[in-house]
Ligand binder design. Structure first.
Ligand SMILES: Cc1cc2nc3c(=O)[nH]c(=O)nc-3n(C[C@H](O)[C@H](O)[C@H](O)COP(=O)(O)OP(=O)(O)OC[C@H]3O[C@@H](n4cnc5c(N)ncnc54)[C@H](O)[C@@H]3O)c2cc1C
Length: 504
């Protein structure tokens, strides 16, 4: 049996890990296609300064949803062997770089296990430009010109790259994609970041920790920073059961109203404040005031985020899938930007650093961006709320919803749609079967994992690896059940077999 995994980031690692842990069946040959030189870290977890931290606690960063502490335990083991002397395995938020190494190791271990079991793993340093059906199989066409037939193909394409809203790619001083964050920037040069989301915060923190001396400006439409992460409140199983039942049984048309009523009831019962919720979700509050207010609430048991989010987490996926499509579209259009600030919060230590920088003037946050123009003499002019801001260096962190048709993921999805193998989803990615992650269309062996499936499988904790890992297991269960035999290579393969690029 042949399996192609398109994209070599964290989703691919969860899939490989699930495959290696599954009951061995027919011998399997896996081809992983990824244009980056190193497999595993993907876009967010590349080699970076240790000051660039993951935004989620280490205890929920694992490639195995059945073992959320896997990363933490790996860190402890590495600490005991003295491998990363400067690392603190007990720190709640860990460097992105370390997580990237963990991903590489887990991928190498999974590949080795498959090889020991008689399988083969091939790494192809290339993008996949096309996938088509031939003789009942799926053929990948790589950028190297090599075509290979597979029984199953999984799209692990990641999130869209930042949107180039103002058409600035190629202009000197414009950084189209800021990851990894350790790229050198002149310390005395003012830096402007397009966006105020988590990526924008990551950039600001990396610069501040590096001792950047000139002002850093975050400029976006609403000027909303991510919320500050708070301690989740304990969940009463009876309440969780009631919500789960409502999400499963309420007719779709009244689902939104019913869930809102239940959440409101819990909020009131736990002394939570609707006013605090409205403040958190609305634009307009000055950034320093918002950070100070939320930092004062990180351990508050009645904070609405602590009360509601842990209850919603287990049912978020199903809730999203059962909502009528027009409601999902309307939610994304009207509420997603503000809800995303709550679902993807920043660590309190990050918030404290930003607050200090806002107070000293090292950081500014502006809303109301309307235009960015390249200046004739070099640099850029950013217009926000009627004021012009001159910028020499412009880092792009603008969130993109659809894939750009010129980036590899967008190109491939466009070809799949043109061939009728996938249908673009109005809420992102392509339509998939909710139970199996199979891409809806004529190809029974085509799947999507992670962001390409987000239209149907909204990750309540957007991009949660534990959620992705649970989905990877479903795909593996189906692949293992329905495998067919045979290998076809349609052209000379230039793939590498398992080797150095895997293990870090
Ligand atoms: C900037 C950023 C920061 C994040 N930070 C956090 C965080 O701190 N904590 C957290 O829990 N989650 C975070 N996330 C969420 C993140 O989505 C997941 O944690 C995880 O990285 C998703 O992995 P992935 O493999 O789906 O995507 P990626 O890691 O992006 O990997 C996708 C890969 O697919 C490749 N690819 C795309 N198209 C093709 C093609 N046609 N052919 C071949 N290869 C292709 C790309 O080169 C890329 O390497 C972050 C996401 C982003 C974008």
């Amino acid at each position: 049996m042949r399996l192609a995994i398109i994209g070599g980031g964290a989703s691919a690692v969860t899939l490989m890990d699930a495959l290696a842990r599954s009951t061995p069946g027919e011998k399997i040959t896996v081809s992983i296609f990824e244009p980056r030189a190193v497999l595993g870290p993907g876009r967010p977890y590349q080699e970076d300064a240790d000051s660039a931290l993951i935004n989620r606690p280490a205890d929920s960063m694992s490639v195995r949803h059945t073992d959320p502490l896997d990363f933490r335990n790996w860190l402890r083991e590495a600490g005991r062997s003295g491998e990363f002397p400067s690392a603190d395995p007990e720190a709640r938020f860990q460097p992105r770089r370390l997580f990237g190494i963990y991903l590489r190791r887990r991928l190498a271990a999974a590949a080795a296990k498959l090889v020991v079991g008689g399988g083969a793993v091939e790494m192809c340093t290339a993008t996949v430009e096309d996938v088509y059906s031939a003789a009942g199989r799926l053929v990948t066409l790589a950028s190297t010109g090599v075509a290979e037939a597979h029984d199953h193909v999984v799209l692990c394409l990641g999130t869209p790259r930042p949107a180039d809203i103002y058409g600035l790619t190629g202009r000197p001083g414009f950084v189209a994609d800021p990851y990894p964050l350790s790229e050198p920037l002149p310390a005395g040069e003012p830096v402007t970041v397009l966006g105020s989301n988590l990526s924008a915060v990551d950039i600001a923190v990396a610069l501040l920790r590096r001792g950047h001396t000139a002002p850093i400006r975050l400029i976006s439409r609403n000027g909303l920073l991510p919320s500050v992460r708070c301690q989740p409140a304990a969940i009463d199983p009876a309440e969780a059961g009631q919500l789960a039942e409502a999400v499963q049984l309420t007719p779709p048309a009244s689902l939104w109203t019913t869930v809102r009523r239940l959440l409101h009831g819990r909020l009131v019962a736990h002394g939570g404040s609707a006013h605090e919720m409205a403040l958190d979700l609305a634009a307009g509050e000055p950034a320093a005031g918002r950070l100070a207010r939320q930092l004062g609430r990180t351990d508050a048991a009645d904070c609405w985020r602590a009360v509601l989010l842990p209850l919603l987490d287990p049912v978020g996926e199903l809730f999203w899938q059962r909502l009528p499509l027009r409601m999902r579209e309307s939610f994304l259009r009207r509420h997603n930007t503000s809800i995303a600030t709550v679902l993807n919060p920043m660590p309190p230590a990050t918030a404290a650093l930003l607050l200090e920088a806002l107070r000293t003037g090292a950081l500014e946050v502006h809303s109301g961006i309307t235009a960015v123009n390249a200046s004739p003499g070099g640099g850029f002019m950013v217009t926000a709320a009627g004021k012009n801001h001159r910028a020499g260096v412009l880092l792009n962190a603008a969130r993109a919803t659809p894939y750009d048709p010129v980036e590899p993921a967008g190109r491939l999805l466009g070809r799949l749609a043109a061939r009728g193998l996938a249908r673009p989803h109005p809420c992102g990615g392509v339509y998939v079967d909710f139970t199996t992650n199979r891409v809806l269309g004529p190809a029974s062996g085509l799947y999507a994992l992670g962001h390409p499936a987000a239209g149907d499988i909204y990750y309540a904790n957007a991009g949660s690896l534990l959620g992705i890992s649970a989905r990877a297991e479903r795909i593996v269960a189906r692949i293992r059940r329905g495998s067919t035999t045979g290998t076809t290579t349609l052209a000379t393969s230039s793939t590498l077999t398992i080797g150095g690029r895997l293990d870090g």
